[in-house]
Design a protein around this ligand. Structure first.
Ligand SMILES: [Zn+2]
Length: 481
């Protein structure tokens, strides 16, 4: 059968199956032979390369160079920071044998790199002149999760992790907040995903951190997804690893540190937030292919010189404007098959060129986000397509922002809280007294956790949604991925 459509279930019918269908059929990733692992296929990896390009540039521009640290961590290193080892122990992969022999000390496959980096920091940082010290690495991470989900939770995933050391607490705090802002701008500006930013509660913060900051987004099934985090580590690790510097008065001091990361989970968010019944919908900023050109017509006509010139001129024009273009002139596929394929893969703009277009000296343009079709005269095609790509980027953000607003509920009553969490979910903005006990009870009864404590405190505070005691803040609750 020539026109073999790749079927996916409807997003509104079965969200979780739709998500998996899109990933497998748009060829973003596939299941690996090891349960819980995933193969990232070229089209999915191109999305990650887009993340690396945009975010990597922002990191480099801020003066942080890339480096690479080993995959293996001596188990004893992990034990140096007590909270840290406690937090990560349940999900460690441990190597006990190497080269056919039992190892004298087991090696941990990195679940994060603080404990393999910081002994080196202790060696390299000597004086106040060495500060601030900043390093970033792009690498893979292993956390032995029992319940896995493509992109969102896999045993092995890819990320970037930045690590810095500073002379003062204020500088470290400033750095942690600047990285939070860097992630927010990337997620909103490039991925067109609106976010909520804030601080984590004591129960939700990174193991070993003083404070954890987070960028959170809302998925269409009403669950929150953490898109990036930034930690002020204080002196916890500096004391555990003896990272000291001589200050200007010749006194030895421990450094203040930060670490911050963003992982391939973000691709899961991208798929969920923008995708529709026909598959992926990619924001132009991150789309590996921004414009696909599909020639329409008989083979004899398509090999016509005029026809080919028309297409290659258009390609050159668009590429000159910095637009990523693909010409799909495969002869073994029908036009219908190609339309379906590029829709499924979320390419923002499709251009159709047939005899009609050649005759009218125009192109037919179809938007992936709205399905809108228009004719553009040739001389205007470059600027007009740039404008359409911009418009798609804006439109996707606005659509997602509308959904975030509609699904953020201000709740003062616990019965209503429970009703929302057992129904449509979403974010609940509610007062909280600050006690870990209330937080734990809410989690037990509704599966909702505190996702973010806003950085700007409320002017007037009410009563804790759970216990009725005076609140210390108004926070965002949600069930989370
Ligand atoms: Zn309370």
């Amino acid at each position: 059968m020539e026109f073999e459509k790749k079927e996916i279930v409807k997003k509104s019918e079965d969200f979780s199956r739709w998500y998996t269908d899109v990933i497998l059929k748009a060829e973003l990733a596939d299941y690996a032979p090891v349960k819980g692992c995933m193969v990232i296929r070229p089209y999915g990896y191109a999305l990650w390369e887009g993340v690396q390009k945009h975010l990597g540039q922002a990191i480099k521009d801020s003066g942080v160079p890339n480096a690479y640290f080993p995959l293996f961590i001596p188990h004893s290193f992990l034990e140096k920071e007590k909270e840290h080892v406690k937090g990560f122990s349940p999900e460690l992969a441990v190597v006990t044998h190497g080269g056919g022999k039992k190892l004298a000390e087991p090696l941990v496959v990195r679940p994060t790199s603080e404990t393999i980096m910081y002994p080196m920091f202790a060696k390299w940082i000597q004086s106040w002149r060495d500060l601030p010290f900043k390093i970033n690495q792009w690498c893979n991470i292993v956390r032995w999760e029992l319940r896995t989900y493509l992109f969102l939770r896999t045993l092995e995933f890819l990320w970037q992790e930045g690590h810095t050391a500073h002379a003062t607490h204020e500088e470290a705090e400033e750095e942690a907040l600047a990285r939070l802002e860097m992630y927010r701008r990337f997620v909103e500006g490039v991925l067109a995903i609106p976010t909520i930013v804030g601080k984590k509660s004591g129960a939700e913060k990174f193991a070993g951190a003083e404070d954890t900051y987070t960028v959170e987004a809302l998925m269409p099934d009403g669950k929150a997804l953490q898109c990036g985090t930034s930690h002020n580590l204080g002196q916890n690790f500096a004391k555990a690893f003896e990272i000291q510097f001589q200050d200007k008065n010749g006194q030895l001091q421990h450094v203040y540190q930060t670490s911050w990361g963003l992982s391939t989970r973000i691709i899961g968010a991208l798929i969920m937030v923008h995708g529709d019944d026909n598959g992926l919908v990619l924001p132009p900023e991150i789309a590996p292919i921004q414009v696909v050109v599909v020639p329409i017509g008989e083979k004899s006509q398509m090999s016509n010189l005029k026809f080919q010139n028309h297409i290659s001129n258009l390609k050159t024009d668009l590429e000159t404007a910095g637009i990523r273009v693909k010409i799909d002139d495969r002869e073994e596929r029908s036009v219908g098959w190609k339309f379906n394929e590029w829709e499924l893969k979320g390419v923002p703009v499709r251009i159709e060129i047939g005899s009609q277009e050649i005759k009218n000296k125009s192109v037919t343009v179809v938007r992936r986000d709205t399905g809108e079709k228009s004719q553009i005269p040739n001389p205007k095609s470059q600027t007009e397509i740039e404008r359409i790509l911009d418009d798609i980027q804006q439109n996707l953000y606005q659509k997602a922002q509308k959904s975030l607003k509609e699904n953020t509920h201000e709740v003062g009553d616990y019965a209503e809280f429970k009703k929302i969490m057992s129904g449509p979910r979403g974010f609940i903005k509610a007062f909280w007294c600050g006690s870990a006990e209330c937080e734990a009870k809410i989690k037990e009864e509704t599966k909702a956790t505190i996702r973010a404590i806003p950085l700007k405190p409320e002017k007037t505070l009410g009563k804790c949604v759970f216990c009725g005691q005076p609140a210390s803040s108004r926070v965002f609750f949600a069930q989370a991925y």
